[in-house]
Design a protein around this ligand. Structure first.
Ligand SMILES: Nc1ncnc2c1ncn2[C@@H]1O[C@H](COP(=O)(O)OP(=O)(O)OP(=O)(O)O)[C@@H](O)[C@H]1O
Length: 762
């Protein structure tokens, strides 16, 4: 069983490659040479079939072989030994896995358990003998399996998961090593089974059968890094969607032989892998080499909510057409449910279309315009502003403030009786919110140059009775720390760390501290740092942390509904963290709160919010989103560009040509965020254009966003050269550009998070 915290997990997935090795035989405790459990015949222990983190599985042969045996006392069995001293057993008690097997007996695709007992210092489970794992088959077949095989694995694993989930459990460790075939030379040799329930967990309450409440424990990880869902990496309580995400990664691994996040090493391997998963869209991962069913499945699974019931039947229906006909099918698959024949009007559908259509019919693929993209593969940074409804009051905001100008604004505010309530930094400039909400008796602030959190100054101010009430850091580690007098807090402590210091927060929670501010500094080019400030005797009763590689919308809504409100937030360029608190006051849950994410500082929106008595309470700038991306191609001969794409890069779909009329157009990205402006290089009279392109004779080729990654890869494979775009466009962040082998074709993409994303709890 794999059951370790993230820091110790690095080796667990690598274990997969050296299961059942004779060379390792000696490292394991010697198991008895025969097993005799009450009610069962005696079994001679034969060769080892496999081993895991805590146990080993051996072949058992019945001492007295019979021509015919009762179904539950076969001649050959698998015997799983786990030392009673093993960490997987609770104080020598039976392994946790046994409980799960008891609860789910008879589940589709789970091996039969004949007996369990203890003998000679081992917990012993006698189970149905199975054959090689899908990992073994993948290895023998040259580290990639054909589509029909993988589609069968998909369909069968889905059926087994449907049954397991139906019984209130999630598996928690779906991977090729835990998917086994039936015993060779038996009628079940081509059936698929799921083993290793050591990480299985209930996701429903055993008494009410209702879904367990949502919760995130950042830093807590169970599973195997390579196949774990992003939610598992982020420490969210396991739910059905996690098994399906792991299954999707398993399928891609079986098809393609590798996953893009393999090869990370070091202490932060789990973090790096998770980040890479978040930055990889379903289209990129599944590529265009495989039938679209795989990316449809992944895309749909990634969009599942915490407690949403997956559409197992629809998923199975996606894969079934790819499994081949029943005579040639490499694995036995569960018969498809009775289906009303679909009326096909017009043309005869190609196989790939039929998977698409099935998915659409089953509601898996809503039209692009409605589809909420879980991961589009491009990180984006935005302003996050959190608003709270208050009695009418004066509030002022300043943004894009240069260090030299800061004091002018602040002093002016102080003269008007306002205090700084929130600060943030974006691209080396500062944002400051001042208002009359704080019941403060005095305030002091310090702007440092290149030093994140000026310890000496903070200590001095603490001694004078001030507490940190707001903090922000910039890309070069300069910081703006605001300390105030008049809070009811009695003690304060802060921690600066390159990873979000959740363990420290948990320790401080136990000492009656609560998070009161968060600041971040650094950029991807340097190390990033979090500063978390915690204070004692706050107005909070309980806090939770939501952290993600995008704005953690689901967790925020869940906790809003439970009466929590956002009381601190911060974001680096990789992650956003939100702290939500339950106040001691019983009516605190009535507080109206809204959030907004915007590409630019939300100046115009703030005014509109003020009209509704909503005032900025918190502000941060950092990564909030996986952006939609609208690429465009620019070439001085559009036809040649198209030819190059189609004939050399093998790029077929969704290319539309536009006349080189020199006008500026704009396109709305249908899913996700963003209105992206684009322009041809020859500007029309009086219109804006990208800076360095004016005057060239050009045409543009617009490429559907979905094709970007495959285009990118194919062009690279065809000898294209990918470079950084040489200029910033007027319309947003530059990203990258690409030339064909002759240096002719320019391809560049840009994303602009111009679209506002409001979120509210009233
Ligand atoms: N019923 C079975 N028949 C044949 N081989 C089996 C059977 N059950 C398990 N094995 C083999 O033993 C290996 C380890 O089994 P299992 O995963 O249940 O053990 P574990 O100690 O819980 O492993 P891990 O630490 O990887 O979670 C499997 O990968 C498989 O190769």
């Amino acid at each position: 069983m794999t059951f370790t915290l993230s820091s110790t997990l690095a080796s667990s997935e690598e274990d997969a490659s050296h299961k059942s090795g004779a060379a390792e035989q000696d490292e394991l405790p010697t198991v008895p040479d025969r097993v005799s459990l009450g009610g069962m015949p005696i079994y001679i222990v034969d060769k080892r079939l496999g081993k895991g983190g805590f146990g080993q599985v051996c072949l058992g042969r019945r001492l007295q072989q019979r021509k015919t045996t009762p179904i539950n006392k076969p001649n050959k069995v698998a015997i799983k030994f786990e030392s009673t001293a093993s960490k997987g057993c609770n104080n020598g008690g039976p392994p946790y896995e046994w409980q799960v097997y008891n609860k789910i007996a008879g589940c589709y695709g789970i091996p039969k358990i004949y007996a369990k007992g203890t003998q000679g210092g081992f917990h012993i489970m006698i189970m149905e003998l199975l054959g090689p794992s899908v990992w073994d088959v993948w290895t023998t077949e040259g580290q990639s399996l054909p589509v029909p095989y993988v589609a069968c694995v998909a369909a069968e694993a889905l059926r087994a998961l449907q049954d397991l989930h139906g019984r209130g459990y999630v598996h928690g460790d779906i991977k090729p090593e835990n998917l086994l075939l039936g015993a060779p030379d038996t009628p079940d040799a081509t059936r698929l089974y799921m083993v290793d329930l050591g990480l299985a967990q209930r996701y429903t309450s055993s008494s009410t059968a209702r879904h367990l409440p949502y919760h995130q424990n950042p830093n807590e990880f169970r599973g195997t890094i390579r196949y774990a869902s992003v939610h598992a990496h982020l420490g969210r309580i396991a739910s059905r969607r996690d098994d399906l995400e792991s299954l999707a990664y398993t399928l891609v691994f079986l098809l393609s032989g590798c996953l893009p996040w393999q090869g990370f090493q070091g202490d932060d391997k789990g973090y790096q892998v998770c980040k890479k998963k978040m930055d990889t869209s379903a289209e990129t991962l599944c590529g265009s080499a495989w039938p679209p069913a795989f990316s449809r499945f992944l895309e749909s699974v990634l969009a599942l909510k915490y407690d949403e019931e997956p559409m197992y039947d629809a998923y199975m229906a996606l894969f079934r057409p790819l499994t081949g006909n029943s005579a040639s099918r490499p694995l036995t698959i569960f018969p498809s449910p009775e289906k009303t024949p679909r009326k096909v009007v017009g043309r005869k559908r190609a196989r790939e279309d039929s998977a698409e259509d099935t998915a659409a019919e089953l509601g898996l693929t809503p039209p692009d315009s409605q589809r909420k993209k879980a991961r589009t593969g491009w990180a984006g940074t935005q302003w996050i502003t959190v608003y709270v409804k208050r009695r009418p009051m004066k509030q002022r905001y300043h943004f894009n403030v240069n260090a030299d100008r800061l004091s002018t604004h602040v002093e002016k505010g102080y003269k008007e009786g306002l205090f700084i309530t929130a600060v943030a930094s974006c691209k080396g400039l500062w944002a400051v919110i001042m208002d009359a909400s704080a019941k403060q008796k005095g305030q002091s602030y310090k702007l440092t140059n290149g030093v994140f959190m000026p310890r000496e100054w903070i200590t001095e101010k603490w001694d004078e009775g001030y507490y940190i009430t707001a903090v922000a850091g910039s890309d070069n580690f300069s910081s703006l720390v605001v300390m105030s007098k008049g809070t009811k807090w009695t003690q304060q402590s802060y921690k600066v760390d390159s990873t979000f210091p959740y363990e420290w927060i948990k320790k401080k929670w136990r000492e009656n501290f609560h998070v009161t501010s968060i600041g971040t500094a650094g950029s991807p080019a340097t190390k990033q740092q979090w500063a978390v400030v915690m204070s004692r005797d706050t107005e909070f009763r309980h806090q939770v942390v939501e952290i993600d590689f995008q704005y953690p919308s689901e967790g925020i809504h869940y906790h809003w509904d439970k009466g929590y409100r956002i009381t601190a937030c911060g974001a680096t360029q990789h992650q956003a963290a939100v702290v939500m608190s339950l106040a001691k006051r019983s009516n605190a849950g009535d507080i109206v709160q809204e959030t907004l994410r915007t590409g630019d500082f939300p100046a115009t929106y703030v005014k509109e919010k003020w009209e509704r008595d909503l005032y900025i309470d918190l502000i941060a700038y950092g990564r909030t989103a996986i952006m939609s991306f609208y690429p465009y191609l620019y070439y001085n001969d559009a036809k040649a560009a198209k030819d190059w794409l189609i004939n050399v890069c093998g790029f077929e779909h969704n290319i539309t040509m536009e006349d080189p009329d020199g006008t500026i157009g704009h396109a709305e990205v249908k899913h996700g965020f963003g209105v992206v402006m684009f322009a041809t290089a020859k500007p029309a009279e009086g219109k804006k254009s990208p800076k360095d392109l004016g005057g060239a004779e050009t045409a543009s080729v617009y490429v559907n966003v979905k094709e970007l990654d495959s285009l990118h890869d194919r062009a690279k494979a065809a000898g294209g050269n990918i470079t950084k775009a040489p200029y910033d466009t007027d319309y947003g962040s530059r990203d990258f550009s690409m030339k064909d082998p002759e240096g002719r074709l320019w391809f560049f993409g840009t994303y602009v998070p111009r679209h506002e994303c409001p979120d509210k709890k009233e």
